[in-house]
Ligand binder design. Structure first.
Ligand code: FES
Ligand code: FES
Length: 165
Protein backbone atom coordinates (compact mmCIF):
# COMPACT_ATOMS: atom_id res chain seq x y z
CA UNK A 1 0.00 0.00 0.00
CA UNK A 2 1.34 3.48 -0.83
CA UNK A 3 2.17 5.64 2.19
CA UNK A 4 -0.05 8.47 3.41
CA UNK A 5 1.18 12.01 2.87
CA UNK A 6 -0.39 14.97 4.63
CA UNK A 7 -0.53 18.39 3.08
CA UNK A 8 -2.72 21.45 3.43
CA UNK A 9 -4.50 22.28 0.20
CA UNK A 10 -6.36 25.59 0.00
CA UNK A 11 -6.52 25.67 3.78
CA UNK A 12 -7.82 22.13 4.26
CA UNK A 13 -5.67 19.33 5.65
CA UNK A 14 -5.59 16.43 3.18
CA UNK A 15 -4.30 12.88 3.61
CA UNK A 16 -3.24 11.39 0.29
CA UNK A 17 -2.42 7.76 -0.33
CA UNK A 18 0.10 7.79 -3.17
CA UNK A 19 3.72 7.03 -3.94
CA UNK A 20 6.03 9.83 -2.75
CA UNK A 21 7.34 10.45 -6.28
CA UNK A 22 3.84 11.00 -7.71
CA UNK A 23 3.68 14.44 -9.36
CA UNK A 24 1.79 16.90 -7.19
CA UNK A 25 -0.25 17.84 -10.28
CA UNK A 26 -1.65 14.29 -10.51
CA UNK A 27 -2.52 14.29 -6.83
CA UNK A 28 -4.34 17.61 -7.13
CA UNK A 29 -6.26 16.69 -10.26
CA UNK A 30 -6.85 12.97 -9.87
CA UNK A 31 -6.95 12.40 -6.11
CA UNK A 32 -8.38 15.69 -4.90
CA UNK A 33 -10.49 16.63 -7.94
CA UNK A 34 -8.92 20.07 -8.26
CA UNK A 35 -8.88 20.24 -12.04
CA UNK A 36 -8.38 24.01 -12.27
CA UNK A 37 -4.62 23.39 -12.34
CA UNK A 38 -3.79 22.42 -15.92
CA UNK A 39 -1.50 19.86 -17.47
CA UNK A 40 0.38 21.53 -20.31
CA UNK A 41 3.85 20.25 -21.12
CA UNK A 42 4.36 18.02 -18.09
CA UNK A 43 8.05 18.98 -18.13
CA UNK A 44 8.23 22.20 -16.13
CA UNK A 45 8.38 24.37 -19.24
CA UNK A 46 5.01 26.09 -19.63
CA UNK A 47 3.66 27.12 -16.21
CA UNK A 48 0.11 25.88 -16.83
CA UNK A 49 0.38 23.75 -13.68
CA UNK A 50 1.60 26.54 -11.38
CA UNK A 51 0.54 26.34 -7.73
CA UNK A 52 1.87 28.09 -4.63
CA UNK A 53 3.76 26.00 -2.11
CA UNK A 54 4.09 27.91 1.14
CA UNK A 55 3.38 31.02 -0.94
CA UNK A 56 6.02 30.41 -3.59
CA UNK A 57 5.10 29.59 -7.21
CA UNK A 58 6.02 26.03 -8.20
CA UNK A 59 5.48 23.78 -11.22
CA UNK A 60 3.29 21.05 -9.84
CA UNK A 61 4.00 18.71 -12.78
CA UNK A 62 7.64 18.34 -11.71
CA UNK A 63 7.06 18.64 -7.96
CA UNK A 64 6.95 15.33 -6.17
CA UNK A 65 4.24 14.75 -3.61
CA UNK A 66 6.95 14.16 -1.02
CA UNK A 67 8.28 17.71 -1.57
CA UNK A 68 4.89 19.15 -0.64
CA UNK A 69 4.45 17.05 2.50
CA UNK A 70 3.31 19.17 5.43
CA UNK A 71 3.25 22.31 3.32
CA UNK A 72 0.52 24.74 2.29
CA UNK A 73 -0.48 24.28 -1.33
CA UNK A 74 -2.66 26.89 -3.01
CA UNK A 75 -4.32 26.14 -6.33
CA UNK A 76 -6.49 28.37 -8.49
CA UNK A 77 -9.49 27.08 -6.51
CA UNK A 78 -7.97 28.62 -3.38
CA UNK A 79 -7.24 32.06 -4.80
CA UNK A 80 -10.77 33.46 -4.51
CA UNK A 81 -11.49 35.13 -1.20
CA UNK A 82 -14.68 34.68 0.80
CA UNK A 83 -16.70 33.33 -2.12
CA UNK A 84 -15.94 36.34 -4.35
CA UNK A 85 -13.22 36.90 -6.88
CA UNK A 86 -9.79 37.94 -5.68
CA UNK A 87 -8.55 41.26 -7.10
CA UNK A 88 -6.21 39.44 -9.48
CA UNK A 89 -9.12 37.41 -10.89
CA UNK A 90 -11.29 40.49 -11.20
CA UNK A 91 -8.45 42.26 -13.00
CA UNK A 92 -8.01 39.40 -15.50
CA UNK A 93 -11.71 39.61 -16.30
CA UNK A 94 -11.76 43.39 -16.63
CA UNK A 95 -8.62 43.41 -18.80
CA UNK A 96 -9.88 40.55 -20.98
CA UNK A 97 -6.59 38.80 -20.26
CA UNK A 98 -7.51 35.43 -21.72
CA UNK A 99 -8.40 33.83 -25.01
CA UNK A 100 -8.57 30.03 -24.81
CA UNK A 101 -7.94 30.25 -21.07
CA UNK A 102 -5.61 27.28 -20.85
CA UNK A 103 -2.74 29.26 -19.33
CA UNK A 104 -4.97 31.46 -17.20
CA UNK A 105 -5.01 29.50 -13.94
CA UNK A 106 -1.22 29.27 -13.93
CA UNK A 107 -0.88 32.96 -14.80
CA UNK A 108 -3.27 33.99 -12.02
CA UNK A 109 -1.66 31.76 -9.39
CA UNK A 110 1.85 32.93 -10.34
CA UNK A 111 0.63 36.55 -10.24
CA UNK A 112 -1.02 36.03 -6.85
CA UNK A 113 2.30 34.77 -5.50
CA UNK A 114 4.06 37.82 -6.90
CA UNK A 115 1.51 40.27 -5.48
CA UNK A 116 1.65 38.63 -2.05
CA UNK A 117 5.37 39.32 -1.78
CA UNK A 118 5.43 42.49 -3.86
CA UNK A 119 2.04 44.27 -3.75
CA UNK A 120 3.36 47.21 -5.75
CA UNK A 121 5.17 45.13 -8.36
CA UNK A 122 6.45 47.13 -11.31
CA UNK A 123 5.81 46.17 -14.91
CA UNK A 124 9.38 44.88 -15.09
CA UNK A 125 8.87 42.67 -12.01
CA UNK A 126 5.60 41.36 -13.44
CA UNK A 127 7.24 40.48 -16.75
CA UNK A 128 10.14 38.77 -15.04
CA UNK A 129 7.88 36.86 -12.69
CA UNK A 130 5.69 35.55 -15.52
CA UNK A 131 8.38 34.95 -18.13
CA UNK A 132 8.25 31.18 -17.60
CA UNK A 133 4.48 31.07 -18.05
CA UNK A 134 3.64 30.43 -21.68
CA UNK A 135 0.48 31.73 -23.37
CA UNK A 136 0.12 30.12 -26.75
CA UNK A 137 -2.59 32.65 -27.63
CA UNK A 138 -0.13 35.52 -27.14
CA UNK A 139 -2.24 37.39 -24.63
CA UNK A 140 0.84 38.70 -22.79
CA UNK A 141 0.14 42.47 -23.04
CA UNK A 142 -3.31 42.05 -21.51
CA UNK A 143 -1.99 39.69 -18.85
CA UNK A 144 0.63 42.23 -17.77
CA UNK A 145 -2.04 44.96 -17.87
CA UNK A 146 -4.27 42.81 -15.65
CA UNK A 147 -1.57 42.28 -13.04
CA UNK A 148 -0.79 46.00 -13.04
CA UNK A 149 -4.51 46.68 -12.59
CA UNK A 150 -4.56 44.26 -9.64
CA UNK A 151 -1.75 46.17 -7.93
CA UNK A 152 -3.84 49.34 -8.20
CA UNK A 153 -6.97 47.55 -6.96
CA UNK A 154 -5.11 46.20 -3.94
CA UNK A 155 -3.70 49.62 -3.21
CA UNK A 156 -7.16 51.18 -3.40
CA UNK A 157 -8.57 48.46 -1.12
CA UNK A 158 -5.84 49.07 1.44
CA UNK A 159 -6.51 52.83 1.36
CA UNK A 160 -10.21 52.18 1.86
CA UNK A 161 -9.51 49.85 4.80
CA UNK A 162 -7.21 52.44 6.35
CA UNK A 163 -9.91 55.11 5.95
CA UNK A 164 -12.38 52.99 7.94
CA UNK A 165 -9.87 51.84 10.56
FE1 FES B 1 3.90 21.92 -15.65
FE2 FES B 1 3.99 22.71 -18.19
S1 FES B 1 2.55 21.38 -17.22
S2 FES B 1 5.20 23.39 -16.53
FE1 FES C 1 -4.74 30.62 -24.53
FE2 FES C 1 -3.08 31.76 -22.80
S1 FES C 1 -5.12 32.38 -23.30
S2 FES C 1 -2.88 29.85 -23.77
Amino acid sequence: MPPITELIVNGTRQRVEAEPETPLLSVLRDDLGLTGTKYGCGEGQCGACTVLIDGVAARSCITRLSSAAGKRVTTIEGIAAHGGLAPIQEAFLRAGAMQCGFCTAGMIVASAGLLARSPNATEEEIRQSLEGNVCRCGTYPRIVAAVRMATRMKLAAHREEARHA
